[in-house]
Design a binder for this molecule. Structure first.
Ligand code: FMN
Length: 317
């Protein structure tokens, strides 16, 4: 079973991805990168430097682009494929965010199969790397077109698909439709990665059973829990798995913080870490007020003290 980290804007940067690789992740994808933004940005623009940064210790990494203009997409795919950093160019055809679909990108492409296919065709021609597609199952319940869409983009040259089993309208609500992912897998000859609602070993096993996919991608389940990859791998190998202890969680959270700060500086690094720290302590006893304090912390020393208090007293101060 291949386990991938699903791309998440604002989250799957090089520091988080490295932790996931360490825990057994086989493949990751960058946060989504605007094709037009990338092409028109000055070479030293920090945003793209950070978005495209990749640690040497990482495993295989795809770069994800979004956009709706076939020429921009083709040029971005060509340039990004030449950087020598990535194993594939992934095209985002699943993002539900208004600012993305408003520009006819992301999941809006599921409403325009000819345009989606044209984008894939051009990217395949221009890219030195394989081109893959991340999609949903349709725009809304009334227009589920995952099978037709998958056939069109694979006919256009996409070499693999990752299907999030929800419609655009559902955003992240409701339950992922794994049966529809199974239909896509049966309809195309390229590898299909199943995605949506894999939270633990049991849901991973069930998703694999229903979809028949040999590759799964986890997103939200890995937040504050990069150990999820280890847990799922163990389940597929029939091995026992022990959840990390709180000291281990704390140590990883602090290491995550140290690496983030070394990369982005203390101010931006601490801002980035707030959400991660909140996720790391989820499920621990007595964290309600601790979260607020973690959110106000301006240094890792402060975070360490707050976490030590939780560790030693089992509750907030
Ligand atoms: C905060 C957040 C950011 C996301 N950003 C992206 C993105 O940049 N590109 C993309 O293809 N999907 C993105 N997604 C969707 C995830 O890759 C994934 O398809 C979705 O979360 C369902 O998987 P899950 O149930 O395991 O979380 C994002 C999801 C979340 C929650």
């Amino acid at each position: 079973m291949q386990l991938a980290l699903a791309p998440m804007a604002g989250i799957t940067d090089q520091v988080f991805r490295s932790l996931c690789f360490e825990m057994g992740c086989d493949l990751a994808t960058t946060e989504m990168v605007s094709a037009q933004g990338y092409l028109t940005a000055p070479a030293d623009r920090n945003a793209y430097r950070f978005l495209l940064a990749r640690k040497e210790t990482e495993g295989p990494l795809a770069v994800q682009i979004f956009g709706s203009d076939p020429v921009h997409m083709e040029n971005a795919a060509a340039r990004l494929s030449e950087l020598g950093l990535f194993c594939a160019v992934d095209i985002n055809m699943g993002c539900p965010a208004q600012k993305v679909v408003g520009g006819q990108s992301g999941s809006a492409l599921m409403k325009d199969i000819p345009l989606a296919a044209e984008i894939v065709r051009r990217c395949v021609k221009a890219s030195l790397l394989p081109v893959t597609v991340k999609m949903r199952i349709g725009w809304d319940e009334e227009s589920i077109n995952a099978v037709d869409f998958a056939r069109a983009v694979t006919d256009a040259g996409a070499t693999a698909l990752c299907v999030h089993g929800r419609t655009r309208k559902q955003q992240y609500s409701g339950k992922a439709n794994w049966e529809e992912i199974a239909r896509v897998r049966q309809a195309v000859s390229v590898p299909v990665t199943a995605n949506g609602d894999i939270w633990d070993a049991a849901s991973a096993l069930e998703c694999a059973r229903i979809t028949g996919c040999h590759s799964l991608a986890v997103g939200r389940g890995a937040l504050g829990n990069p150990w999820l990859f280890r847990e799922i791998k163990a389940a597929f190998e029939g091995k026992p798995y022990e959840k990390p202890s709180f000291p281990e969680i704390m140590e990883t959270a602090l290491r995550h913080g140290r690496e983030m700060i070394a990369w982005k500086g203390e101010k931006s690094g601490m801002l980035e870490m707030r959400k991660h720290l909140g996720w790391y302590v989820t499920g621990q006893r007595g964290v309600a007020r601790l979260r607020t304090k973690l959110n106000l912390a301006t240094s890792l020393d402060e975070v360490e003290k707050l976490l030590s208090t939780l560790l030693h007293t089992g509750a907030e101060e």
